[in-house]
Design a protein around this ligand. Structure first.
Ligand code: ZN
Ligand code: ZN
Length: 411
């Protein structure tokens, strides 16, 4: 029996709710998506709950769940995955955090993302911090994408029970870090000293001088959160399914998840994870990987950002951008020999401006699929699709079965 290839495409935060200015359609229903609609006609639709119904999922826990892991068992915080995603080689003793470059004025956080500072600027500021901050333990401070960075305190994993200094909204002062035991109290002391020294360095850095002159928010403060340690992955995805797996991802958190479970991860030049991401370089990379790999995961981020920004028009545009990416892939692979699944890792409804527990549209198409009668990819069509409503962790087994790669249970 011939084995097929698998392509899992995750459009981050894809699911949404009815939008008034679209006459009650969702951004996915409103967007012109001729390629995904063609896949829907050939395939089968449904809805999936990334973790469980009504549970808003983080991108990290949702991806872990979709790849078949129980996030309540394996998840040990976001920071570690984020740090793996920027390519750091970490040990099980390390404690990692995610960091935002932010703007502080007179003790108040005025912008949690420092005006969405560019990756290049943030990386230069990160190098200045790595070079000039002096604390009592070894650390790594590295820029990620945009305003995001990671901090790794080496050998401090036992002190993971720490809170964060991020107030999560502008107009408030930073929080005090909380701790739960002696080891985490020590980590908080280190973090306080780290934040203080970094603030001094950032205040006088020439990049911020330039930003000030240009009237842009300065990146003069660090918001630190998401303490994480080594995830308790029982078996890598690649080993469990006996596949060679490759991924095309720009965002470090999702890269970290994929790396942790055994994917070879690629970020082609021009794939930024932001609104300006070059969807065609991602499409070309996915087509290339499908030649040498059994299972390919393609992640597309800006749909989520538009939901967070409560911008339905932009979300629809980003969905159309993803549709062009998918169209290129469809034109350049053998659809009969490939199983394609398209979904989101969670819903990010514009009206919520954050992740919600709404189920996520799911499409499975390509070789071997028994088509249902649905006509287009959208939330309401998915409700009447033949897949019904499934859990996120059911997606991969369904794909693997259609790929003729599942093993029989019983005689
Ligand atoms: Zn997400
Ligand atoms: Zn999000």
């Amino acid at each position: 029996m011939k084995q097929r290839k698998g392509l899992l495409i995750i459009l981050d935060g894809l699911g949404d709710r009815p939008v008034k200015e679209f006459g009650g359609k969702t951004p996915l229903e409103y967007a012109k998506t001729s390629n995904m609609d063609r896949l829907a006609k050939m395939g089968i639709l449904g809805q999936q709950d990334p973790i469980k119904p009504g549970q808003p999922a983080g991108s990290d826990t949702a991806h872990l769940s979709i790849f078949g892991y129980d996030p309540y068992k394996v998840y040990r915080g976001r920071g570690y995955l984020e740090a793996m995603g920027v390519g750091l080689d970490l040990s099980e003793d390390d404690l990692a955090f995610r960091v935002n470059f932010a703007t502080i004025e007179k003790g108040i956080i005025t912008d949690r993302r420092a005006g969405r500072i560019s990756t290049e600027e943030a990386h230069e500021l990160a190098r200045a911090i790595q070079k000039n901050v002096k604390i009592s333990v070894d650390f790594i401070f590295a820029g990620a994408t945009g305003h995001r960075a990671v901090l790794v305190l080496r050998g401090m994993a036992k002190g993971y029970r720490v809170g964060e200094n991020d107030p999560h909204e502008a107009g408030k002062p930073p929080h005090d870090f909380t701790w739960e035991d002696e080891e985490s109290r020590r980590v908080v002391e280190i973090l306080n000293e780290f934040v203080r020294q970094a603030h001094e360095i950032l205040e006088k850095h020439p990049i911020n001088g330039k930003r000030r002159n240009a009237g842009k928010p300065v990146a003069n403060y660090l918001l630190i959160r998401g303490a994480g340690t080594y995830p308790g992955i029982p078996m890598k995805f690649t080993k469990q399914w006996k596949v060679k797996a490759g991924a095309v991802i720009a965002v470090s958190l999702v890269k970290g998840v994929a790396r942790a479970i055994g994917f070879d991860v690629f970020t082609p030049e021009g794939a930024t994870g932001e609104y300006n991401t070059d969807e065609m370089v991602k499409a070309r990379k996915a087509v290339e990987l499908l030649k040498g790999y059994d299972f390919v995961f393609l992640h597309f981020k800006p749909t989520d950002a538009a939901g967070h920004d409560n911008n339905p028009k932009l979300k629809a545009e980003m969905i159309e951008k993803a549709d062009r990416m998918i169209g290129y892939i469809m034109d350049n692979i053998d659809l009969k020999e490939t199983v394609i699944a398209i979904t989101g890792d969670h819903s990010t409804p514009c009206e919520v401006m954050n992740h919600s527990g709404d189920p996520v549209p799911l499409l499975i198409s390509g070789g071997g699929v028994r088509a249902d009668s649905t006509e287009a990819f959208g939330e309401r069509e998915c409700m009447r699709g033949g897949l019904g409503r499934i859990k996120g962790h059911d997606i991969v087994p369904i794909m693997m079965d259609l790929m003729n790669r599942s093993e029989k249970f019983g005689a």
